[in-house]
Design a protein around this ligand. Structure first.
Ligand code: BTN
Length: 252
């Protein structure tokens, strides 16, 4: 197996919790009431991998990176959705050919190669922990029929199998470095870099909020990481927690 837990453990400031098979690393992280800040939950396979908006995240054995970073940020609860953008930026910086579909879908071309599911455990306004689940399709050779138009893997794009340990280490190093700067300087320090990677800006998009779908022009990203959209001639700032965004032409 290409998962070297000793090497991965060395670059994690907290603890590494590994399971060969689990339901979902996000669930594992949320169930751990008092893990150390910056711990990582990693699995070779997830039986019940979860995506944004209640979707399923296909997570077979040996094919991908299924991991969750456990954080105890001393920050305002309103900043949590920005952590998810920072995680997307970290993954996209490591996967050189990739771009970001706001807020944090990582695409190669029109197809998704990685996704991020951030969840919060809080009482009133006090954050207990934030769990940032990262899924990367690494060595997947074939997707189920229903995903073939939308999903890709690094192997499918490059024709080479990728060592998951190397990739995990690069993503975690990148994430912890960006996250420390984010805690000190805020999201605005990353806005330019994020916008350069983000393909949503400048596009016509559909903003889907439950049953309601609206056409919009994505015109920018705000200092707080919200999508600035023009809807029926009016400018609105859209928070990533509330909506799903689709391109009118293709996935991105
Ligand atoms: C999405 O794009 O919809 C988010 C996908 C997030 C998948 C990862 S895999 C590791 C972690 N555990 C989960 O159950 N989900 C996240």
């Amino acid at each position: 197996m290409d998962l070297n837990l000793d090497l991965i453990g060395k670059i994690i400031p907290g603890e590494l919790y590994y399971k060969e098979i689990t339901e979902s690393t996000n669930l594992d992280a949320k169930m751990m009431a008092n893990a150390l800040d910056k711990s990582v939950f990693l699995a070779d396979e997830q039986k019940n991998g979860r995506g944004r908006m209640g979707r399923i995240w296909s997570s077979p054995s040996g094919c991908g990176i299924w991991m969750t970073i456990y954080l105890k940020p001393q920050t305002d609860i309103s900043k949590i959705s920005q952590i998810t953008l920072i995680a997307g930026l970290a993954v996209s910086k490591v996967i050189k050919k990739s771009v970001i579909k706001w807020p944090n879908d990582i695409l190669i071309g029109q197809k998704k190669v990685a996704g991020i599911l951030t969840e919060l455990s809080a009482h009133a306004n006090n954050i207990n922990c934030v769990v940032v689940g990262i899924g990367v399709n690494v060595n997947t050779e074939e997707f189920p029929v229903e995903l073939r138009d939308k999903a890709t893997s690094l192997y499918m794009e490059n024709g080479n199998k990728v060592n998951r340990t190397d990739l995990i280490c690069q993503i975690l190093e990148q994430f912890f470095s960006l996250y420390d700067s984010f805690i000190n300087k805020g999201f605005s320090a990353f806005l330019k870099e994020y916008e350069e990677k983000c393909v949503t800006v400048g596009k016509e998009v559909l903003i889907i909020n439950g049953e309601i779908t609206k056409k919009a022009n994505a015109v920018g990203i705000s200092e707080n990481g919200e999508l600035i959209a023009e809807i029926d001639g009016k400018i609105e700032e859209i928070n990533s927690c509330e909506v799903s965004v689709r391109g009118l032409l293709g996935y991105s």
